[in-house]
Design a binder for this molecule. Sequence first.
Ligand SMILES: [Zn+2]
Ligand SMILES: [Zn+2]
Length: 249
Amino acid sequence: MVGLTEKVLVTAALPYSYAPRHFGHLAGAYLPADIFARFKRMKGAETLYVCGTDENASSIVIEAMRQGMTPKELCDKYYPIQKEVFEKLGISFDIFSRTSKPIHYKVVEEFYRKLWEKGYIYPKEIKQWWCPNCKIFLPDRFVVGTCPRCGAPNQYGDVCEVCGAWYESFEIKDPRCSLCGTRPEIKTRTHFFLKLSALSDKVLEYVRDKKFWRKATYNKTVSWLEKEGLRDKDITRDYEWGPPAPFPG
Ligand SMILES: [Zn+2]
Ligand SMILES: [Zn+2]
């Protein structure tokens, strides 16, 4: 009689396609997962270690503009470099894919549809920075200006590296587009949000018996879920790049 083979799926945070790798990434994410995957393979488990480049972030669109390329050109340039770095480091991925592949679009659309049908996605109006010169919406990281707390110049739109303060969008003084220096405008847009707040109790229930987690991680996760819970997450962006969102409106 043949026993059932254990099936294990291992993954590690997908790197942005253009961002260089350094030893912090390796030690923090890919190496521990690699050790676990190798251990499971040695124990005879059917193991799949999957990773790939994240090519759909808004920072990809903006980095491409900065380098004078299309997002696709940027991702096509960096994917082979990322893949080669991981190969040279001996990370034993079974699959190292790209989130711009058709299969990802298909899977994302299926997820979106199911979540929409079950009422876990809803539209909400939000305010965003818009650069009238570059004609793009700017994530907070791509707006620079004066820190509203300590007055340090040339700080990011969400955090000051001089005094360490985090602030809300639109608090920053003298905002400028980090690409062209133009003063951005504030525009209202409808985005779609994932109702994570409705899932806090379920996630807490899942986490509760994970006593084998490191104590600090376990305690922090449980107390965070009990006190704050999960926040709803904006899952759409105002770019042509990336999987389309199949929602009405
Ligand atoms: Zn601009
Ligand atoms: Zn500051």
